[in-house]
Design a protein around this ligand. Structure first.
Ligand SMILES: *Cc1c(COP(=O)(O)O)cnc(C)c1O
Length: 472
């Protein structure tokens, strides 16, 4: 059986002296796509080569004709160097804002360890998350319990652990806190316009601006300690102006709080940042808004709760093809209402297509399709005895053979891709891979139908700085 966390085994010695050069993009900000990793030993190598190496070593050692049950299971390769680069990119773009990583997004222990070493705080929403972070030796002051509707017993727990920062957005919660943890440091979470985000949160959480004044009055009356304002523009936000409006609203609430005699110290701008090239624009609008409404000389601390931003691109997922169904005739014919298969496509030619079944799906790490509105794109890792990672043959093509891709459970909803074409012919035992699988994937996977949700993570690290921190 292949064991998890084969850190040493999967760091090729050739990479130990890599140096990374961070280049500036045309916008003057750090562009994470634009790096080179120089290896004095081997000439140029890239993070992709490091990830590809780890993937290749693992899959080339698995023979599906011989292996024990589970050896062909899905697995991740995590490049912790990507997390490190994201942290530098954060600091370049939002130097005044201290990130508190949202643990729910991906509570991978190595990822958390690196972030703890880099000095971030942590946004937790449950006892288990708080416990995990405290067990790493992180000081309780670096945790915010950012769940506006908390469990009584968890509030007693955090009080006993000295985790004081927490959010609220309604009067009942204030009375709960007054009873269970009157010394807590409270952030009033306000409502935002999250209409342009992937996962809307304002339906469930956030005080509207016409309720904030009375909430502050109640907090005063109960003798509670309100220290800041927080918001979240929705996970996977795409409209930078949502940040501008939220900062403006927060500024109004700071003034309301002052009128009630509170001296608010901190603004928490929440999460929602994507890790793709939209980040710089988003961060730029937020930075300008903060400089206008909460300038450095105001002395207000700024924090944020990014999750997806740090985790998404660091994880690549490899899945094994466990079964294949050959269809004579095209897919649209296959999907006709009465279930009959017509062996001809529209232009009259017979085209063979396939349904391929992988050992991971919607109930597993592709839970992100359901819960996080993602569309993971399959690429071919290994087919016909050749490893194709990061080659043109790995990519979906316009021509070639048509596939639909399915998960392993018995539920018909468990489909990953309706239609995709590759130049290669896929068969049982071949491997597919999916990039950007670090956010809201493994953490919301289930063990439905008896398929495991405990998949190995092979760690690599394309940044010497991060390797030094982690002692890798
Ligand atoms: C989920 C969540 C986050 C993280 O959101 P991302 O979109 O992953 O950055 C931050 N804060 C709160 C309160 C959350 O619920």
């Amino acid at each position: 059986m292949v064991m998890p966390t084969l850190i040493d085994r999967f760091i090729p010695q050739d990479y130990t002296n890599n140096r990374v050069f961070l280049k500036k993009s045309n916008h003057g900000f750090f562009d994470h796509q634009d790096y080179h990793v120089e290896s004095p030993v081997n000439g140029l190598s890239t993070p992709k080569q490091l990830i590809g190496d780890a993937l290749r070593r693992r899959v080339e050692n698995i023979d599906h004709e011989q292996c024990a049950p589970g050896e062909e299971d899905t697995f991740f390769v995590a490049d912790l160097g990507e997390v490190y680069r994201q942290h530098l990119r954060w600091k370049l773009n939002l130097p005044r804002v201290k990130p508190f990583y949202a643990v729910k997004c991906n509570p991978d222990p190595k990822l958390l360890e690196l972030l703890a070493l880099l000095g971030t705080g942590f946004d937790c929403a449950s006892k288990a998350e708080i416990e995990q972070v405290l067990r790493m030796g992180v000081d309780p002051s670096r945790i915010i319990y950012a769940q506006p509707c908390k469990t009584n017993s968890y509030v007693r727990y955090v009080a006993s652990q000295g985790v004081r920062q927490m959010t609220f957005d309604n009067a009942d919660e204030l009375r709960k806190i007054a009873r269970l943890f009157p010394d807590a440091e409270l952030y009033l979470r306000i409502l935002t316009d999250d209409s342009s985000s992937l996962c809307r949160l304002s339906l469930k959480f956030g005080a509207s601006l016409d309720s904030t004044d009375s909430l502050l009055a109640l907090a005063r009356e109960l003798g509670l300690n309100v220290v800041g304002v927080s918001f979240h523009v929705g996970s996977g936000a795409s409209d930078p102006n949502a940040f501008l409006r939220a900062v403006q609203d927060a500024h109004v609430v700071f003034q309301q709080a002052a009128a009630h005699g509170f001296d608010l110290k901190t603004l928490d701008v929440g999460g929602g940042f994507l890790s793709d090239e939209t980040y710089e624009g988003m961060a730029g609008v937020l930075r300008a808004a903060l400089d206008e409404y909460f300038p450095a000389h105001s002395g207000i601390n700024l924090i944020a709760e990014p999750g997806r931003y740090y985790a998404s691109a660091a994880f690549t997922l490899a899945c094994n093809i466990i079964a294949r169904r050959t269809l004579e005739g095209d897919m649209s014919a296959m999907k006709s209402v009465d279930g009959t298969m017509t062996p001809t496509s529209m232009d009259g030619n017979v085209e063979t297509s396939y349904m391929v079944y992988m050992n991971d799906g919607l109930y597993g790490n592709f839970s992100s399709i359901m819960f996080d509105h993602q569309h993971p794109i399959a690429k071919v890792l290994r087919a016909g005895g050749c490893t194709l990672y990061d080659t043109p043959a790995a990519e979906a093509s316009c021509g070639g053979v048509e596939y639909s891709i399915w998960g392993p459970t018995c539920d018909g909803i468990d489909r990953i891709t309706e239609s995709i074409r590759f130049r290669v012919t896929l068969d049982v035992g071949d491997w597919l891979y999916f990039e950007d699988m670090g956010a809201y994937t493994k953490c919301s996977a289930t063990a439905f139908n008896g398929f495991t949700n405990e998949h190995d993570v092979i760690y690599v690290c394309s940044e010497p700085g991060a390797r030094a921190l982690l002692g890798m």
